[in-house]
Design a protein around this ligand. Structure first.
Ligand code: UD1
Ligand code: CA
Length: 485
């Protein structure tokens, strides 16, 4: 079906969302890495509308601020008092009129609290609307539990006569399981005219946009309701129980898309992904893994179990288990974890290994280099082919400022080293165990800073007599003397 570019998409986002019991406006609550409003706008953007107007009101500064960040191209219209969905649409129409936009052609209306909506569904709605030449086409759906939704009312021959809100519905109407999704395609000129004629003659005393259907039909225009193929998409979120349900459903959809694209998801029940995550073919995602934000994973990678990645890039063939990474880059064939923490600016080059209880921040770890155990790497540049001994710290903070350190290619640093920044260890240099590296180490040198070891013979027997240690020492001495004889 060919679809025209809608003249405008109007998205309602002025309501408080009382049932969320939240300081945050309802439409800003997040699922799968985007606000609910952000999801609706992403679906709307697929239509390529000439303009998009979001109606803001409750928490307007928060909503407008959010829009500036996530959808700066979108315009806003203000609804000061939340006097109903019809009133909200009227505010959008008036704002457009003030801008000198004459609404003609198709105008799409959606609500900001239906985050499961797909662009394709809106496109189908627009196509059906334009093919039939309707004044308004309502996207409806048959749902298992219609409570709370507006019901689609049909005449004896099945023709669509209007929408009645749950609060205004009779018992008989409440039994209807076809509901109004809150998504509509309107003839723009007729919409602009009808929003001036909505009554407040209903249980809530508000202007309902749903009344437009009966008015336009009364004027002799064609109106229709077309059921969505997948009712899941039109679920509105009014409280936090529905928010969790919507998140689960969207997550399932995203995981299904990944699996269909060739990614193994071992346990969809405990794997969570955000809408903008990408994973390459033949990668395996193990249980208890969360991929957030703009995380990108290449092909043949193995991620999980127990991994949280946010805005992190993972190269092909890398393996990560039991780890947390934020804004990090893990190169191809790298190995990370178990129990590792990569913080912003951590960049591992091909084949690098970050092992157990290792934290890396704002540092590069060169190709094939290893930081296997119990180490903090902060503000450092580690060359290629390096091995960092267990239990080392890049001492990057002098209490006031942070400084960088560097380790040259193929260096071997001993266990329990402190690199007091700024300090440079040259290519191919070694450092002994327990070294506190305060000065640069030239290429190929061995740095040792621990003093020579001094053994004070018999100290335990003299100073700690009668302790298990003294007894053990005495037994060892006896055995030594016996073997000497
Ligand atoms: C609405 C529909 C109902 C439909 C359901 C689908 C009306 C009268 N009812 O009911 O038929 O089945 O959605 O989810 O349209 N809003 C404003 N300004 C207002 C009031 C609401 O911008 O004055 C916005 C809200 O922010 C929200 C959307 O409109 O994003 C829907 O409002 P809500 O109160 O949730 O409507 P429902 O009772 O769910
Ligand atoms: Ca709603």
């Amino acid at each position: 079906m060919s679809v025209s570019r809608p003249a405008a998409v109007i998205v309602l986002a002025a309501g408080e969302g009382t049932r969320m019991k939240s300081r945050l406006p309802k439409v800003l609550h997040e699922i799968c890495g985007r606000s609910m409003l952000g999801h609706v706008l992403a679906a709307a953007a697929e239509l390529g509308p000439e303009r998009t107007v979001v109606v803001v009101g409750h928490g307007r500064d928060q909503v407008t601020g959010h829009l500036k960040r996530v959808a700066p191209e979108v315009g806003t219209a203000v609804q000061d008092r939340q006097n109903g969905t019809g009133h909200a649409v009227r505010m959008a129409v008036e704002a457009l009129r003030e801008e000198g936009v004459a609404l003609s052609g198709t105008v799409v209306l959606a609500y900001g609290d239906t985050p499961l909506l797909r662009g394709r569904t809106l496109a189908d709605l627009v196509a059906a609307h334009e093919a039939a030449g309707n004044a308004v086409t309502v996207l409806s759906a048959r749902v298992p539990d219609p409570a709370g939704y507006g019901r689609v009312v049909r005449g004896p021959s099945g023709d669509f006569t209007g929408i009645v809100e749950h609060a205004d519905a009779t018992e008989e109407e409440r039994a209807v399981d076809e509901i109004n999704s809150g998504m509509y395609a309107f003839d723009g000129a007729l919409l602009a005219e009808v929003v001036g004629r909505l009554s407040t003659d209903n249980a809530k005393g508000e202007e309902y946009i749903t009344e437009a259907v009966a008015i336009l039909r009364g004027d002799g225009h064609r109106v229709d309701a077309t059921p969505a193929a997948d009712w899941v998409e039109i679920q509105g979120v009014n409280d936090r129980v529905q928010l969790a349900e919507a998140r689960r459903l969207l997550n399932d959809r995203l995981l299904t898309d990944l699996m269909r694209d060739g990614v193994t998801i071992v346990d969809p029940a405990t794997t969570w992904v955000d809408a903008e995550v990408a994973v390459g073919r033949d990668s395996v995602i193990e249980p208890q893994t969360q991929l957030q934000g703009r995380t990108r994973i290449g092909e043949d990678a193995h991620v999980g179990p127990g991994v949280l990645l946010r805005d992190t890039e993972v190269g092909a063939g890398a393996r990560i288990s039991h780890a947390v990474a934020h804004e990090a880059v893990v190169g191809p064939e790298c190995s990370v974890g178990p129990y590792a923490y990569l913080r912003p600016g951590a960049a591992l080059e091909r084949g690098a290994k970050i092992g157990t209880y290792v934290e890396v921040k704002n540092s590069t770890v060169g190709e094939g280099s290893k930081v296997p155990h119990l180490t903090y790497v902060g503000d450092a540049d580690i060359g290629r082919g390096v091995n960092i001994g267990a239990s080392s710290v890049f001492v990057n903070y002098d209490g006031v400022n942070k400084h960088r350190s560097s380790i040259g290619d193929h260096a071997r640093t001993g266990s329990d080293n402190m690199f007091v920044a700024p300090v440079r260890v040259g290519d191919g240099a070694y450092t002994g165990a327990g070294t506190v590296v305060r000065e640069d180490v030239p290429p190929g040198a061995l740095a040792v800073s621990a003093g020579g070891q001094r053994n004070i013979e018999g100290w335990v027997l003299r100073k700690r007599p009668g302790t298990p240690a003294a007894e053990a020492a005495e037994r060892a001495k006896g055995a030594e003397e016996a073997s000497d004889r």
